[in-house]
Design a protein around this ligand. Structure first.
Ligand SMILES: [Zn+2]
Length: 374
């Protein structure tokens, strides 16, 4: 109660949100007797929205999905509620087939038993990428698109970032779209031309990974993947940390993509940690001043928190609180097909209470408190 509830693309006040492990209803008033065993949460005028969903996150709190241990998943899961994230796609890196298989096996066996933010699936970032646009991915492990790597994990995989211009991508995308339409095929780590990108959208590529990063920049005579995204209906995501993208680029992207824009963190092990030296997919990363860099200076994932990304968007673009919430709740939930992301009857009771500046006050997952600001 006493919240600014973000519901159906607007802010509603003077309502009461009822929930157990699911959202029960939003009502004007309720009569509670002493014998009812209910807890009342007073939001004290703060915003209340569905929990945030991160479609692209490798690690945080010192752990990484590629560590392939139950503890790593648990640390990641329990670190995220303080950033408002209540579910995420555990994101793998371009490493050896054995390393990726170990990570996927670990997620298949242990994802359901984490106690914080929910692991709602896997995002495979590579290895089906273009070696010339590998970014922080190890180009020695780039593979042609193939089913072998994923066939045992078809229920876990929800998203694959691939380069549509590489050999074998056309057949792979067409086959995946036909056989597994629930898996989002996202163009990224790619040097696709404008024509190649547009063609791939026809085959079934429906999203683009960290727009502008790990792809050629926009050129008026060679618009490339960026130009194709701006001109079509595909969704895309962006790392709004003001390091991977200039504030003006965020503003422009919001203007052009509007409700087709998702925010991701692409956070690595050092997310929610102190500055220092960390490992990302077997490569040394130096973290300082909000940047994670490989030894050669390449950006290596981020140390961004989801609530900071949201604050950055509201501060530097014309995005409203409601729009930025939708970009991390409703849209990603619809993309991966989960009954989350909205404060709606029957949906999972994943709820975040935050102030005007997106500082997280409380996070609730499946109706249970998982974080409370002191
Ligand atoms: Zn990534």
């Amino acid at each position: 109660m006493n919240g600014k509830f973000i519901v159906d693309n607007q802010i509603v006040e003077e309502k009461i949100l009822l929930f157990d492990d699911k959202i029960i209803d939003i009502v004007d008033d309720i009569v509670i007797s002493d014998s009812d065993n209910v807890e009342i949460i007073d939001a004290k005028g703060a915003y209340v929205s569905a929990g945030f969903i991160d479609l692209h996150i490798h690690g945080s709190g010192g752990s990484d999905v590629m560590d392939a241990t139950p503890q790593a998943l648990e640390i990641l899961s329990t670190t995220l509620p303080k950033t408002g994230t209540t579910s995420f796609l555990a994101t793998t890196m371009t490493m050896s087939t054995q390393d990726i298989d170990n990570a996927l096996q670990n997620i298949q066996n242990n994802a359901h038993s984490v106690t914080g933010a929910k692991i709602v699936g896997v995002h495979l970032e590579g290895p089906f990428i273009n070696a010339s646009k590998h970014g922080a991915q190890d180009k020695n492990y780039v593979q042609s698109p193939n089913f072998k790597l994923i066939e045992k994990y078809i229920n876990e995989v929800k998203m694959i970032t691939l380069a549509p211009e590489v050999e074998g991508a056309e057949d792979f995308v067409k086959q995946m779209t036909k056989s597994y339409p629930h898996i989002i095929l996202s163009a990224g780590h790619s040097s696709a031309s404008y024509e190649e990108a547009k063609q791939s959208f026809k085959w079934g590529v429906s999203h683009v990974t960290h727009l502008f990063n790990a792809m050629p920049g926009y050129h008026h005579r060679e618009p490339g993947l960026v130009g194709a995204v701006f001109e079509s209906d595909v969704t895309c995501d962006i790392i709004a940390d003001l390091v991977h993208t200039h504030p003006s680029t965020l503003a422009l992207t919001h203007k052009l993509k509007s409700d087709k824009l998702v925010l991701i963190t692409d956070a690595m092990r050092a997310g929610c940690m102190k500055c220092g030296t960390y490992d990302l997919g077997g490569r040394k990363v130096e973290v300082s001043e909000g940047k994670a860099l490989l030894e050669d200076g390449t950006l290596a994932g981020s140390v961004l928190k989801m609530n900071e990304a949201m604050a950055n968007m509201v501060q530097h673009t014309s995005m409203t609180h409601v729009e930025v919430v939708n970009a991390v709740t409703k849209l990603p939930a619809q993309m991966i097909g989960v009954k989350k992301g909205e404060l709606k009857k029957g949906y999972d009771a994943d709820i975040v209470i935050f102030d005007e500046n997106f500082s997280i006050i409380a996070t609730i997952i499946d109706g249970k408190s998982k974080y409370k600001r002191m």
